[in-house]
Design a protein around this ligand. Sequence first.
Ligand code: GLC
Length: 437
Amino acid sequence: MEIKLLEQAKKVLEKNWQDGFTIPCEGLYPFQWNWDSGFIALGWAHIDMEKAKSELRYLLSGQWSNGFLPHIIFHNESETYFPGPEVHAADLSPYSSEIKTSGITQPPVLGFVLEELFITSGNTELDFISELYDKVLLCHDYFYKYRDPEDEGLVYICHNWEAGTDNTPVWDDIWKNLDSPEYQLERRDTEHVDASTRPSNREYQHYIHLIELFKEWKYNDALIAEKCPFLIQDPLFNAMLIRSNESMIRLGTLLKKEDAVRQLKNWNEKAKKNYQTKLYDPELKTYIYFDLRADKPMKYVSSSSFSPLFAGIPSKEVATEMANRYFREGSFSGKNNFFLLCASFDPESEHFDPKRYWRGPVWINLNWILYRGFKRYGMEDLADQIKSDTLFLLKKHGFYEYFDPRRDIHQQSDAGYGGNNFSWSAALYIDLLKNKH
Ligand code: GLC
């Protein structure tokens, strides 16, 4: 069974491979996506290191001259996705790349992805690491220079698509106060998958409205920081950056890049300290979001709340309390382990929806992050559980984009949602099976 599924996972990656990079999902996501490519490269590394390397080179070929790394790189043309390059109009920015891209970014995973590749190669790929190192460093430099207005070591996101968790209920409060025009949108996503598992039309109007504002401001970071109605310090995004910094420190040490290592250590020291003081909520006993525009915390618990485990941010005590509260006795496991790990939003919340995109379903990349996080803290019980729940879902339904977290519903065959043959679900399955560290 395992061998057969492993073969299928490879086939998914091969099918989605486009002569240099991998699309997340045919039809639904037909271009190169930023953090997808990071996770996809982790899978390729086990079966074809040259493809893993190419994936990252292609991604970084879309980097802007100020270090910014866009969330979509339009190497190819496709009519099956909205919004395409003409809606993003990234060339309004004086820094944009030759290749067409979007003008928003995604969680910075490349630092730790580079280190994973290096380890998977048996420490042989140092030349490749050296080739990409400065580009990834420049991307981190961009974040601290332009997206940390209060100089806290915590960076903001200015669009829900930057979070990676596009449609989490956390953003509902922002949309409520936003008077976006009622654009007529040519949505394509709902032609590919069931509309009941995707964001609503009104939500899409807000997503496009933000992009229209960025275009009006020519993607100028200072104007965005000053005026954007969506300005959030997101726990997942910042945990990814801190974890990537950590890997970049180790790789930089190997490459003898002393200045870079010093810089990265400074960033991380400040970032970890302020992450703990600003994003930790002692009442909720977990990590939450901060709305910089409204200057107030957003008290919601999602799977992103636990991502700092992967970055080593909580103390052992804080981590144990969080794990007990949300997993060993708590809402994300449900009564009698009713829920598979890990729902993307708090199952006790009125906003929880087990079927709809980031409002409840399990996502494989978050599970991979949390699996590594539990391992880091020696919580083998939870690491084992999240791994076996992940493997169960993939074996039962195949490589879907997201899955229903309710355990009892999986007797039915349709509890895998969104796109099928989804690349990071396949790639991370390969990594979960093959990775020994
Ligand atoms: C969805 C996800 C996002 C991902 C993209 C491509 O928009 O929310 O995180 O990068 O699909 O797979």
